[in-house]
Design a binder for this molecule. Sequence first.
Ligand SMILES: Nc1ncnc2c1ncn2[C@@H]1O[C@H](COP(=O)(O)OP(=O)(O)O)[C@@H](O)[C@H]1O
Ligand SMILES: [Mg+2]
Length: 385
Amino acid sequence: MATAAIGKALDPRQKSSMAQDFENALRSKIVGQESAVEKVAAMYQVYLAGLNPPNRPIGNLLFLGPTGSGKTRVVEAVAETLYGDARALVKIDCAEFQHSHEIAKLIGSPPGYLGHRETHPILTQEALNQWHTDSCKISLVLLDEIEKASDALWQLLLGVLDKATLTLGDNRRVDMSQCMIFMTSNLGAVEMGGLVEGGIGFTPQALGRELENLEKRMESTALDAARRRFSPEFLNRIDHTVVFEPLAEQQLRAILDMELDRVQERVLAAGHASFLFHLSEPAKDFLLREGVDRRYGARHLKRSVERHLVQPLASLVASGQVHQGDSIAVDFAASAVGEECTMSFSRDETGAAIPAPPEVRAMPATAGVTIAASARPLKRKAENK
Ligand SMILES: Nc1ncnc2c1ncn2[C@@H]1O[C@H](COP(=O)(O)OP(=O)(O)O)[C@@H](O)[C@H]1O
Ligand SMILES: [Mg+2]
C-alpha cells in the first residue's frame, strides 16, 4: 500500500546505475585522485536527475595540483566515457590567450573588423554541441592552465561561469548551460612539492596519520595559492575545487600498465601484424626510471613508452622480424650502452599467441629466437617540458 511507505528513510548516497557505470568507467581510466572522480560523478548524477541549476553551467570545477598528476586526463576520460573519444571536448589552452586581442580566436571579431570573415571562433554553439547524442547532451569545456589567461579572458569567463551565456563577436548568443566547465591550474604545485620529501611524483615513506596530515597540508597549500592568485569573484563561481595529489610510485606503475594496454590495443588495431607483447618487470622499471621526472609526474611516461617500446616494435614490424600471431617478450638489456636501445626483444617460446587469420599462413616454428633489439639505434632527444 502506498501509505505504508510514509516515513521510509531514503538514501541519497544511492546512485543510479547510469551514474554508477559512469563512475566505474572513470575509475578504470584514472589512477588515484578519488576526490576528482567523486566530484565529477556527483555532477553527472545531478545532470541525470535534471536538477542542475537553470541558466548556469551544469558544473564549474577547478582542478589544482602538480603537473602530470591527471588533471587534464580526467577531463579526457570523461569525454571517453560519455562519447567514446578523448577529443570530444572543447579545449582552451589559456596560454594561447595571454593577450587581450587573442580573444577573437575564441569568440570571433565584430563585423567590419579586418579579418572578420576569416576568423572561425572556437566557442560556437555548433562546436559545443558537436558531440551531443540522443542520450547525452553535455558539452565538455576544458580551460587549461587558467592562471595564464589574460584579463579579457577572465572577464569573459566570469560571465560564462555565472550566467552560462556568451556573446560572440558577431552578436550571436551561445548557450553554455549544458556545459561542464573544467579549469586546471598548477598553482601551488611547487610549494606542494616542497612539502613532499623527495619532491613531486613520489609520496614519502610516511604512513597513516602522517600521510593524512601531509595530504591536508598539501591541499591547503594549493588552496592558499589559488586564493592569492584568483579573485573572490572567480572563486565564488566555482562549484568544487579539487586538489590533485602527487602520484606515488605504485600509482605511476599502474599508469604505465594502462599505457602498455593502450599500445597493445594500437598494435592490434593497426592490422599490419597482430602480435602480443609482454614486458618483464625490469623492462617496466626501466620505462619508469626513464619516464618519470619528479617535476612532471606521469607526463614523460608516454614519451618513454613511445621511444623505448613503440619505436623499436615498429622497426621490428617494418623489417619483417615480427609476424602475425607472435608473442614478443620485452626485457631490459642491461648490457646495452650509449645511444643504443636498452630494451631487448625476443619471440616467446610458447609460440603463436593469436590465431592467424585464414589468409595468413602459419609461420615456421622459430620459438625462442632472439631478435636484433632495434633495426636502428634510437637517438635520445633532449626532453622538452
Ligand atoms: N591519475 C592518473 N591516472 C591515469 N593516467 C594519468 C594520471 N595522471 C597522469 N596520467 C597520464 O599522464 C599524462 C599526463 O597527465 P595530465 O593529465 O596531462 O597531467 P596534468 O595534471 O598536468 O594535466 C596523461 O595523459 C596520462 O596518460
Ligand atoms: Mg594539464
